[in-house]
Write a protein that binds this ligand. Sequence first.
Ligand SMILES: *[C@@H]1O[C@H](CO)[C@@H](O)[C@H](O)[C@H]1NC(C)=O
Ligand SMILES: *[C@@H]1O[C@H](CO)[C@@H](O)[C@H](O)[C@H]1NC(C)=O
Ligand SMILES: *[C@@H]1O[C@H](CO)[C@@H](O)[C@H](O)[C@H]1NC(C)=O
Ligand SMILES: *[C@@H]1O[C@H](CO)[C@@H](O)[C@H](O)[C@H]1NC(C)=O
Ligand SMILES: *[C@@H]1O[C@H](CO)[C@@H](O)[C@H](O)[C@H]1NC(C)=O
Length: 589
Amino acid sequence: MHDNNRSLLLNRTGTFRAETLGQTALHLVGNLCFALFVVGVLAFTIVAATYRADDPLLLPPSSSASSAKLTAFLTSSTNATFRPDDAPLRTGEDFLNSSISSVSPDDAAVIHLADLPNSNSSSSAASGGADCDAAAPINCADPDVFHLMMCATIESFRDVHFYRFGKPVRGGDGGGSCDMAWRFHPKDAKRAGFYKDYRRFEIARSPSCTYSIVKIGDYHTGVNARKKKKQRKGDHGATAEFVSKKTPSSSSQASDLLVVPVVGEAVNDTLPVVESESKFSSSRYLIYSGGGERCKSMNHYLWSFLCALGEAQYLNRTLVMDLTVCLSSKYSTTNQDEEGKDFRFYFDFEHLRDSASVLDHRQFWNDWALWQKKDRLSLHLVEDFRVTPMKLTKVKDALIMRKFGAVEPDNYWYRVCEGETESVIQRPWHLLWKSRRLMDIVSGIASRLNWDFDSVHVVRGEKARNTELWPNLAADTSPEALLSTLRDKIKDRRHLYIATDESDTSFFDPLKEKYTTHYLDDFKDLWDKNSEWYEETKKLNNGIPVEFDGYMRGEVDTEVFLRAKKQLETFNDLTSDCKDGGNTCRSTS
Ligand SMILES: *[C@@H]1O[C@H](CO)[C@@H](O)[C@H](O)[C@H]1NC(C)=O
Ligand SMILES: *[C@@H]1O[C@H](CO)[C@@H](O)[C@H](O)[C@H]1NC(C)=O
Ligand SMILES: *[C@@H]1O[C@H](CO)[C@@H](O)[C@H](O)[C@H]1NC(C)=O
Ligand SMILES: *[C@@H]1O[C@H](CO)[C@@H](O)[C@H](O)[C@H]1NC(C)=O
Ligand SMILES: *[C@@H]1O[C@H](CO)[C@@H](O)[C@H](O)[C@H]1NC(C)=O
């Protein structure tokens, strides 16, 4: 009977977005101070500039002083909206409030111990009775085993909420282990989105076939449970692949409709293909060609890319994009610009592909070559960025190509979105998420710290050496100063994650007397040769290993920091020096 309960899950619906609009606003405002460190005003400029009443990601005009400030900032100059900054950019998913766990309807979906189906009724008798064969491999499909594994999991991981448990499957070869996957959300997390973990459970069995959990493996050890299994339609109860809380009217697909990332779920970011000639030839395309963004900072690239994508959406055209990325020297270990990177190393192409109309340029040009003549596909060339998207709405040609010359800054793509276009083109910020493969590393680090750690972000590097602009930074971020600043804020013996650009982490050794310190490089195994990340990115890269580069490091470091329970920033929390040096913080605060 309990099998029926197992087959259903929370009823999340499309109303999610509307409900959370107001909360998103709160979230944005609340996060403003923090965001200043991460991107300066950039992300918020974008948010404000692209606000539409029906878009839940964006900042409503009513939300207080900071939005007024942004508006003023925006209207003061169109050119000033792009601010180069080396810090990893906030992306769309960052602006989704975590109503998943903080708002009441969703709390109902959290699985607690008391919710688990009672297992010591009939099934227990069956498995513990005549059928008991203590020598056989553990039957991972046994409801008792499942129940036990769920209980052990809920009891072991106190700082996360569970939303779904996958049915256990056979673990290692010995027959004494089972693998199980689950979907969770950290209790205190401020953002929307789920995480997936799968672990290997070592299970012992008594002669009378009662089970006990000997050990729960580390993060992502339960590889056999990793695959996302499709729920077979028309089957009920017994074939359900997971347990989640029942809501009678919901379907198993309901929660997947939620547009939130699920970190840890298998990524399928294969390039889209056009199914047929007629499909190809009846579609309309936009491509940006050339331009000065190559090898510029990632933020510059994104600012430009989102302008192109915004224009494509405005014109109802498919954006033909080049997924190859040139990594700027500022993030590379060689200190040289590096060609041959892939958009998918850094961003979630699956999300982009599934929620917008995009096509890789190689595929596009192949098809174009095949059918252009036959189907009389025509090209409309635009060589001046001052030709606004609004002037292109009447163009009927299959392809609009914007060509950019060699002269900076007029050859920057984002110039298309300046001026009067700024109020028309919506940069589709919500389509851009960070790579879930990178976020999986973040989740791995946070999981190893049991989602129960504090963090301090310590900026040193160039800035600490430049005493003219940052007179106090070096002293304020010394280990002694840190110890004294943290004393009142972070309890002794806490796990402390130090996100920093200081390359010699032994510099912070004095902090060990009070805290258990952790640094990004302590978790190297999550991206080195034997890691999932390494295997997956290598596959994506035609078998060539991918380097965990400076941009990825910065992104992961920042995201781990953001998942700490207490977060202390360099600027404001550790020093009164301004982020941008001199007296610049006066003007923005
Ligand atoms: C998200 O919404 C909840 C519910 O109103 C609110 O309490 C919470 O502060 C918001 N989260 C953030 C990070 O602002
Ligand atoms: C934008 O800035 C560039 C370079 O600083 C300048 O040449 C250009 O005139 C500016 N454009 C506008 C619209 O302010
Ligand atoms: C299940 O077992 C526990 C203790 O082993 C017992 O307290 C509980 O009443 C049992 N429940 C059912 C439904 O038999
Ligand atoms: C990946 O996604 C594409 C497009 O949605 C689909 O055609 C393909 O079958 C998927 N591949 C796998 C292995 O699921
Ligand atoms: C794009 O499509 C929408 C909805 O179908 C329509 O309202 C809009 O006018 C179209 N825009 C252009 C430029 O064709």
